[in-house]
Write a protein that binds this ligand. Sequence first.
Ligand code: MG
Length: 320
Amino acid sequence: MSNRRTFLRNASLFAATGLLAGKGNLIQAAPVQSPVATSAKKELGLQIYSLQKELYDDLPKRMKQLKESGYTKFELAGYDKGKISGVEMAEFKKIAGDNGISIDSSHVMAPLGEGFIFKEYTKALIPQFKEFWKVAADDHAKIGCKYLIQPMMPQCKTIEDASLICEVLNVAGEIAKNAGLQFGYHNHNMEFERLLTEEDKKKEFNFFQKPGTQILDLFMRDTDPSLVVFELDVYWTVMGQNDPVEYMKQNADRIKALHIKDRAVLGQSGMMNFEMIFKQMYANGIKDFFVELEQMPDGRTQFEGITDCATYLQQASFVK
Ligand code: MG
């Protein structure tokens, strides 16, 4: 409401000073693409991966600019041995804090060695995963981070692969919990591929149904709700041929955070119904969302893209 009030106040100010004279329709003349209004900002989360290297050309200046756009919560990416893309975590937190930004979450993937995500988990890897997550959880606890999120899955071609992934997620979840953090899993589209469970083999699937159970549904089923939550990436959910609103309704007890993402700048592709997504997010009581942007497709900078995303959300009446 405050944003709408600000808009109306600005619109009448423009009208009173004659700035809209001769422009005809007041609504058309409103500064839709203008920089974000200066007061009564909504508080937005940002997955910093969105800015890629641009964030690091001048960290304090970038953070100040992000705060001005309304980004007040960060989800980190680039964790490696106590550093975020080469910056000591304590220093990163200090610069963020100095600019009024909190660090709420972090995407962290336990290394699999050569081959990275193309390899499958094995039982033999569990001890080294435990060691890794213990250090990662402690590092993040020190900076007051709330979530530790695994951003993707390794190879998952069989029911046995899915089952072992869930075991590893539970192990990581317990370590995070002991360090005072909430562990979570973030999806792409490949988690909506299907595997045939024993029950599926007995079922009849009609012409319009794809046989099998979605991998993400198996993760929901086989991870411990007291240890593992889910951060739903709404764009990748659509790319996985699912409706994020329906998926949030079905898994209201497990999905605790969202990635707000579109093909590029929010609201521009026409494939994402953000109004319904936000409505369901509030209905579910989800408080944490992070804007994410992949590579900008039009030659503009990532920073311009993420600023446009903020403008979109600041101006959207359905975002509180
Ligand atoms: Mg994402």
